[in-house]
Ligand binder design. Structure first.
Ligand code: PBG
Length: 331
């Protein structure tokens, strides 16, 4: 029995490797690196904007000019990538601003790439921020129509890639969206633009603060007819398999913390680079407790992100990116 053995010398004593900091560091299995962080940002039209988001302390919406300052600060601490979410000046049924070459997101991408050519600029591809009804696709007779949405999503991805996005990231959970986007990009000669697919995206309450930030809450109903049921794990593997078969270059699981089992299962089953999105509600939950002094900021955030890494994520999208990058730099 293990108990008897640990009592004897030279028995099994796992505490030996925990005695000193250098030993602990040497045997540490999962470690965060700044190179794997993606910082999500919200962009609004206009100039000089820095609109704090109530439910996400520390996070603001930026106009293209102030976004350059935020990007410079992110670069300063070594963050390699941003992912952009745009809030258009005008929304309509078909989300036309999503695929307008003069749209708020396209303009922000242009400005970012001009100022920081080697910054990785990723663009979320969805319609919910751009449609008047707030759904991620086209609504026909009160339902989100899959195949009509594909054309608009493909047009959105192309327009974002043409503006200079280095990676496009479809998040609408329409069947066939990765293939539709890949085909459309290739047809326009953009066969080198990778697709990072939100492959297993759950219908989660943890998107609440994002919907305030991006003004993208559905005007009627919810997203359960296209986003996944939180109770399903095997189905996630089917979703991921489909996106992989359609040519996704990077796979994503979202949210991260309540779905560590999904990250771990996808990691085991697919060789692709795997991203995990530490979403708005995960951020707000920690910030709320930190602000009240109930959790220690640095330890709570690092423990959370390390858990996501340990589960198998290669890339982490997180609103904590700036602090984490700073801590990693300090060592
Ligand atoms: C767009 C999209 C959402 C998020 C990322 N892309 C919102 C949603 O699906 O409702 C959520 C990100 C977050 O909560 O931080 N569809």
């Amino acid at each position: 029995m293990i108990e008897q053995k640990t009592a004897r010398e030279p028995g099994l004593r796992l505490r030996r490797l925990r005695r000193t900091q250098p030993l602990r560091r040497m045997v540490q299995e999962a470690r965060l690196h700044v190179e794997e962080l993606v910082y999500p940002v919200f962009v609004v039209p206009g100039q000089g904007q820095r609109q704090p988001i109530d439910s996400m302390p520390g996070i603001s919406r930026f106009s293209a000019d102030t976004l350059l300052e935020e990007a410079a600060a992110a670069r300063e601490v070594g963050i390699p990538a941003l992912i952009l979410f745009g809030l258009p000046s005008h929304k309509d049924e078909m989300g036309t601003q999503a695929y307008d070459s003069e749209g708020v997101t396209q303009q922000a991408i242009l400005a970012l790439k001009q100022a920081f050519p080697d910054l990785l600029v990723m663009a979320d591809v969805c319609l919910c921020e751009y449609t008047s009804h707030g759904h991620c696709g086209v609504v026909v007779d009160g339902e989100v129509d899959n195949d009509r949405s594909l054309k608009l999503l493909a047009a959105t991805a192309l327009s974002l890639a043409q503006a200079g996005a280095d990676v496009v990231a479809p998040s609408a959970m329409m069947d066939g969206q990765v293939a539709a986007i890949r085909e459309h990009l290739d047809g326009a000669g953009l066969n080198s633009t990778p697709v990072m697919a939100y492959a297993a995206k759950y219908s989660s309450s943890f998107y609440g603060p994002f919907r305030e930030a991006a003004d993208s809450a559905p005007g009627f109903g919810d997203r359960r007819s296209y986003q996944m049921d939180p109770a399903n794990a095997r189905e996630a593997l089917r979703e991921v398999e489909l996106d992989a078969a359609e040519g996704a270059d990077i796979l994503m699981v979202k949210p991260a913390l309540p779905y560590l089992d999904i990250i771990s299962r996808v990691r085991a089953a697919f060789p692709h680079p795997l991203a995990a999105y530490n979403v708005s509600g995960e951020y707000s939950m920690l910030q709320a407790a930190i602000q009240r002094g109930w959790l220690e900021e640095r330890r709570a955030i690092m423990e959370t992100l390390t858990a996501i890494k340990r589960a198998g994520a290669d890339i982490i999208l997180t609103y904590h990116a700036r602090e984490v990058a700073r801590w990693l730099k300090e060592g």
